[in-house]
Design a protein around this ligand. Structure first.
Ligand code: DAT
Ligand code: MG
Length: 140
């Protein structure tokens, strides 16, 4: 058994489009449990820490600005290998390249100029998950 926790965000585009329930449905249908959930509009300080691996990249500030532009749903999920599993549910970063059957592949719109808008974030490793859960849910 490798029960893990992962940090999932329904990004402002997904929230505004009313896709939070659809994302949660897919998480639960896969068999993962919801451990904690909060709707909030994150400030830039939090996002700069959350996305610190991308500091210095050209998309870093636009990404953080977009993520602070409206409500997001932050969720901690739990389940067997759920870090890799949620990444598989989410699909590739670019919604056009993401396979049908994935969240981004089924629901994501072509990036065009809005390259940050791909509906969801999911932690990419156990280390990232622990760090990110601490940022969004310090009480856990
Ligand atoms: P992921 O969200 O699939 O883990 P990532 O961690 O590489 O992708 O990047 C974080 C977010 O930044 C991603 O969801 C969308 C945006 N992004 C990634 N690569 C980008 C690029 N080349 N140009 C613009 N935005 C990008
Ligand atoms: Mg990432």
């Amino acid at each position: 058994m490798t029960t893990e926790r992962s940090l999932v965000l329904v990004k402002p585009d997904g929230f505004a489009r009313g896709l939070t329930g659809e994302v949660l449905r897919r998480i639960e249908a896969k068999g993962y449990r919801l451990v904690a959930l909060q709707v909030l509009t994150p400030d830039l300080d939090r996002l700069h820490v959350h996305y610190e691996e991308h500091v210095g990249k050209p998309f870093f500030e636009p990404l953080c600005e977009f993520m602070s532009s409206g409500p997001v749903t932050a969720v901690v999920i739990e389940g067997e290998r759920c870090i890799e599993g949620f990444r598989a549910l989410a699909g590739a970063t670019d919604p056009t390249a993401a396979l049908p059957g994935t969240i981004r592949g089924d629901l994501g719109r072509d990036w065009g100029r809005k390259v940050q808008e791909n509906i969801v974030h999911g932690s990419d490793s156990p280390e990232s998950a622990a760090r990110e859960i601490g940022i969004w849910f310090p009480e856990l």
